[in-house]
Design a protein around this ligand. Structure first.
Ligand code: SF4
Length: 238
C-alpha cells in the first residue's frame, strides 16, 4: 500500500497542497469514493520515508499538506511524523476526518490549522449512510467539535448529499446539531462507490442543493455556507 500523494489546489482553500491518503477507516459509507482505502494496512518505514522526501522535494510548489484517507487519525503514529516534518518546513496542515475519534484528535489538534470534518447524517441517523458505525456517534462528534473549537482551529463540517439516502429535513437537522466556521454541502458523485448499487444512482442537481442551503433556519451556528459540485466548483451561498 502506498500513500500515493496527490497535488491539489482544491483541498486547502487558496493554497497548493500535497494530499496524503492513509489507509484504514472504521466507517463503510455507502457512497465512499475511496473504497480501496478502507482496509487498515500498516505502512512500512520506506513508504513513510518516501512520503517525507516527496514533501521535502516539492517545497517550491506547496503551501500545505492535507491528511486524508481513509481516516487519518487511525494511523496516528504515521501522521505525527508527517505533521512534525510539515511544522519544521513551515507548511500549513489540514486534517480530513470522520470526527469519530476525539481521543486521538486531542493528541494532534495543537499542530493542525484546518479541520474538515464529515457529518454523514443527523447524529442519530448514521444508519442511513453506513452499516458500520459506533453506537455513540453523537457523543463522539460533539466532543470532536468541542476540541476543535476550544483550540481555535478553523472547522469546516461537510455532508455529501445523496438524495437516495438523505432528505432536505436531514440537512436541516444536521445544521442545527453542529457549530462550525463553514458548512459545505457536497454533491454526491457516482464514479466510484463502496456500495455498487449507488453507481447507477442519480447525482443531485446543484440547483436543488442550493435551495436546500437557502432554506436553512437563520438561527444555525454556522458562519458560512458552501455548495460544492462538479458543475460549479466551490460556491459560497449567502
Ligand atoms: S467516506 Fe470517508 S468516512 Fe466514509 S468510509 Fe469512506 S473514507 Fe471512511
Amino acid at each position: 500500500m502506498n500513500i500515493e500523494p496527490v497535488y491539489s489546489s482544491l483541498d486547502y482553500p487558496k493554497k497548493m497542497a500535497l494530499v496524503l491518503f492513509t489507509p484504514g477507516c472504521d466507517l463503510r459509507c455507502k457512497y465512499c469514493h475511496n473504497p480501496q482505502l478502507l482496509k487498515h494496512e500498516k505502512l512500512t518505514d520506506l513508504e513513510i520515508e518516501n512520503t517525507i522526501s516527496e514533501i521535502e522535494d516539492n517545497l517550491d510548489f506547496i503551501d500545505a499538506i492535507v491528511l486524508s484517507g481513509g481516516e487519518p487519525l487511525l494511523q496516528l503514529d504515521v501522521i505525527k511524523k508527517f505533521i512534525k516534518k510539515a511544522k519544521q518546513l513551515d507548511l500549513l496542515i489540514k486534517l480530513d476526518t470522520n470526527g469519530l475519534h476525539p481521543e486521538l484528535l486531542k493528541d494532534v489538534i495543537y499542530d493542525i490549522d484546518y479541520v474538515a470534518m464529515d457529518i454523514k447524517a443527523p447524529l442519530d441517523k448514521y444508519y442511513k449512510i453506513s452499516d458500520k458505525y459506533p453506537s455513540n456517534v453523537k457523543d463522539k462528534i460533539t466532543k470532536s467539535i468541542q476540541i476543535i473549537r476550544d483550540n481555535n482551529v478553523f472547522l469546516e463540517c461537510r455532508t455529501t448529499y445523496v438524495p437516495q439516502l438523505l432528505s432536505e429535513d436531514d440537512i436541516k437537522t444536521i445544521t442545527q446539531q453542529i457549530q462550525c466556521n463553514q458548512y459545505t454541502l457536497q454533491q454526491f458523485r457516482n464514479r466510484s462507490t463502496y456500495d455498487v448499487s449507488l453507481l447507477t444512482a442519480d447525482e443531485p442537481n446543484p440547483e436543488e442543493m442550493r435551495e436546500i442551503l437557502e432554506n436553512l433556519d437563520n438561527n444555525i451556528c454556522i458562519d458560512e455556507l458552501h455548495l460544492k459540485s462538479g458543475q460549479f466548483g466551490n460556491q459560497t451561498i449567502n
